[in-house]
Design a protein around this ligand. Structure first.
Ligand SMILES: Nc1ncnc2c1ncn2[C@@H]1O[C@H](COP(=O)(O)OP(=O)(O)OP(=O)(O)O)[C@@H](O)[C@H]1O
Ligand SMILES: [Mg+2]
Length: 410
């Protein structure tokens, strides 16, 4: 039984369909239902005796769909080739699975219907569609369905934009909330805790402009007076109310210390340098800490971080460990992005910091998880140092939704 959101899509179908949906809307489920039962404006699906081709960008996604299909079609299964990823049914038809990386995908096959799942994640979607997939539909005048959560304005968007321009093409759009099986509270939770742009893309299925980045209103958060403010002459005074975030440098990387003022919710000092000789790193951190004497330090503990933290403790500094994992990094970055979105943070005019914040990006992994990172060839040490400091500032406070996931504190 298709849910209402899926039925609405079916009711408007054309021969060619680009379906932009939020995560968990039910794209794969709808794709399987179409593969079995066929689609409007296509000759038919598996149960009517037509072969169907299923395409996915990665082997992992393909394997998930293959297994879901086996469950879905178990009543009709005749022969299974797990190696070639082919399901033959008692109706005489077969469901073939291909990755979109495979330049031979679909060669020699004739399909009544083709399903492309997570189409926006395929790098070479245009080439494989035009050269490999489209010809498989010629014999039966088969139909094609491109399902995906959007990923900027790439080729999937171009297909989506054909609606109303090229006859036979239909664009469908549905947010995650159109799936009645996903509790509304889950979606609200995501809206509250994810950066707005991430939420818009992943849950509202919005096509965002490329290069939009993760942090918004960065320039509006810049306060030219922050570093020169005399009220910040805290040297040798009470450092309570400050947190120092530490991102240690690796190869070709900067070490960055960021001091945040809890009361004013502002970055008040940044030290960034490339000398990875550890004695020098520790010396500089101690110098900074002596300006903000009682400020707790939250330092990355990965790799060389561990022994450095040990040394700082022996020297009597109040340091805690922040273990960077995909999950703890995402939580810290998301909390920082929210602070910018809500204009709750101010930063000084430090070009490296501002540039990194503007460029910082996100990508969705085949697993569905979101990875945050600097664009290829750029740094993210200022961002991470700030995210760690901000995390230190707010731990136990409202980012609770993000913090406990897997952030490891000692
Ligand atoms: N018609 C339906 N009836 C019952 N449950 C459904 C239906 N459609 C989807 N679901 C359920 O909703 C959840 C998401 O479905 P599905 O995996 O098809 O979504 P998706 O959009 O492909 O998700 P993802 O973005 O993770 O790939 C699953 O638990 C699935 O069982
Ligand atoms: Mg899916």
């Amino acid at each position: 039984m298709l849910h209402e959101g899926q039925q609405r899509i079916l009711a408007r179908a054309q021969r060619w369909n680009a379906v932009a949906c939020g995560r968990r809307f039910g794209k794969t489920t709808l794709g399987l239902a179409l593969a079995a039962a066929g689609a409007p404006h296509a000759p038919g699906g598996l149960l009517a005796g037509y072969d169907v081709g299923w395409f996915a960008p990665t082997y992992k996604l393909l394997d998930d769909a293959f297994r879901a299909a086996r469950v879905f079609l178990r009543a009709y299964e005749r022969r299974v080739d797990s190696q070639q990823k082919r399901l033959e049914l008692v109706t005489g038809s077969a469901l073939d699975f291909w990755t979109l990386e495979d330049t031979d995908a679909g060669r020699g096959r004739r399909y009544g219907l083709v399903i492309v799942d997570e189409a926006a994640m395929a790098r070479n979607l245009q080439a494989i569609w035009e050269q490999a997939i489209r010809p498989t539909l010629a014999d039966y005048q088969g139909g094609a369905w491109f399902f995906s959560t959007p990923k900027g304005r790439n080729y999937f968007h171009a297909l989506y934009a054909r609606h109303g321009i090229i006859p036979g093409w239909c664009a469908h759009h549905a947010p995650t909330s159109a799936n009645p099986y996903i509790p509304a509270t889950e979606i609200e939770e995501a809206r509250r805790t994810l950066p707005e742009r991430v939420f818009l893309q992943e849950y509202e299925a919005a096509f965002l402009d490329d290069g939009g980045g993760v942090f918004r209103h960065v320039l509006a958060a810049v306060d030219e007076d922050l570093l020169g403010d005399p009220s910040l002459a805290v040297d040798a005074t009470d450092g309570r109310g400050f947190v120092i975030g530490v991102d240690w440098g690796r190869h070709n990387d900067f070490t960055v210390f960021t001091v945040v003022d809890a009361r004013r919710r502002a970055v008040v000092a940044v030290d960034r340098f490339t000398d990875i000789e550890y004695g020098i790193q520790l010396g500089r951190l101690k110098a900074l800490h002596s300006r903000f004497r009682l400020a707790p330090i939250l330092a990355e503990s990965n790799a060389m971080g561990e022994p450095l933290i040990e040394q700082l403790r022996r020297d009597g500094l109040p340091v805690r460990a922040f273990q960077t994992t995909a999950v703890s990094k995402a939580a810290a970055v998301e909390a920082l992005a929210l602070a910018f979105e809500r204009r709750e943070i101010r930063i000084p005019k430090i070009p490296a910091l501002v540039d990194e914040l503007l460029a910082f990006d996100q990508e969705r992994l085949p697993s569905g998880a979101i990875r945050y990172r600097a664009p290829e060839g750029q740094h993210d040490d200022c961002v991470m140092s700030l995210a760690i400091a901000w995390h230190g500032l707010t731990w136990g406070a409202p980012i609770a939704a993000a913090a406990p996931r897997e952030t490891v504190f000692e």
